[in-house]
Design a protein around this ligand. Structure first.
Ligand code: ADP
Ligand code: MG
Length: 314
């Protein structure tokens, strides 16, 4: 029998929605796409983002502090942990149901609360760039800075938002357990929201005030699990050069070398497509035979069969 293809799937914002009811609905569609791949004979590990969810948790915990001065402000690392558990709960529940509906009864589903080590001196800590949470007026934003030391930035004319650091993932703390679960045939959800960012202080892992990009964390996990494929599922079917311009050109199949050239030419927007292409390049160049694919959630199966998406290889 041919060896099963091992695939790490990174789910983007559109796989999860923006509110509790939206997420409950979205995970059903997402689960269908994932179980399709399992039925194609793939071994799947799931990772996901948490942009809207971590902002939501952060705001909720801030409201708690406002109502009850006895409650100190909740660290961002704890908010990421809460978002992992909340998203994992909805996903594992929907995946279990989809598997059972298709008569697959021998694949247990579980979420691994995952810590990811970052460097305390990562330059990203000095340049917070990732906006999270709700929009505020200048006055509200100034109050946040005064009260909680938050860094607030104007976001594209829509108001002020908290920006947080987004350091690079260095090490997945629970990778051994994730590997054991995968080996025993479990369907694992791990590295949610890019993982809970921690820095090492001797034996102690200290939560960091940051949100890691899930695209980078997924690439690291795919390398660590010796996956064949990294699939980044997002809101576009393919990546493009000259994106949004009259000479826009969708990319089907590109080498790492070509991808690096397009990165240099500035074709991919920082904070959205750029981290995906960088993560894809990182994974595809790490070992011969490894490939990355960027496509729409609904096209995951088509993509793995080679019919669509942007494929990046050595
Ligand atoms: P996710 O939640 O899946 O991480 P993002 O919004 O971060 O999604 O990134 C996907 C978005 O990147 C697309 O919806 C698209 O609008 C944008 N994008 C920026 N540059 C490009 C490009 N060159 N080609 C395709 N999409 C691009
Ligand atoms: Mg993104």
């Amino acid at each position: 029998m041919e060896k099963k293809k091992r695939i790490v799937i990174a789910l983007g914002g559109n796989a999860l929605g923006n509110t509790l009811p939206e997420q409950m609905k979205a995970v059903k569609i997402t689960s269908r796409a994932i179980v399709d791949l399992i039925q194609e004979g793939c071994e799947v590990i799931v990772a996901h983002g948490n942009g809207p969810q971590v902002g939501m948790v952060n705001n909720a915990m801030l409201a708690l502090t406002r109502e009850d001065p006895q409650q100190p402000n909740t660290p961002l690392s704890v908010c990421v942990a809460m978002s992992q558990a909340y998203i994992g709960y909805d996903l594992q529940n929907a995946l279990r149901e989809e598997l059972l509906n298709r008569g697959i009864t021998d694949i247990p589903v579980a979420t691994m609360i995952t810590q990811v080590r970052v460097d305390a001196d990562d330059p990203a800590f000095d340049h917070p760039s990732k906006p999270i949470g709700r929009f505020m007026t200048k006055e509200q934003a100034d109050l946040m800075t005064e009260k909680y030391d938050y860094i607030m930035k104007e976001d594209a004319g829509r108001g002020y938002r908290r920006v947080v650091a987004s350091p690079k993932p260095q090490e997945i703390v629970e990778i051994g357990t994730i590997r054991t679960m995968v080996k025993s045939g479990d369907l694992v959800i791990a590295c949610g929201g890019g993982g809970i960012p921690v820095t090492r202080q001797g034996n102690h892992l200290k939560g960091a005030s940051a949100v890691i990009d899930k695209d980078f964390a997924s690439a690291l996990m795919a390398k660590e699990l010796d996956a064949d494929f990294l699939i980044i599922l997002t809101a576009v079917e393919k990546a493009a050069i000259n994106f949004g311009k009259p000479n826009e050109q969708w990319l089907d199949d590109i080498s790492v070398e070509q991808a690096n050239q397009y990165i240099k030419e500035g074709h991919f927007a920082p904070g959205s497509m750029l981290p995906k292409i960088q993560a894809a390049v990182d994974f595809a160049s790490s070992k011969p035979g490894r490939q990355a694919l960027i496509t729409l959630l609904e096209k995951a199966k088509d993509g793995i069969l080679g019919n669509t998406g942007t494929r990046i290889h050595l």
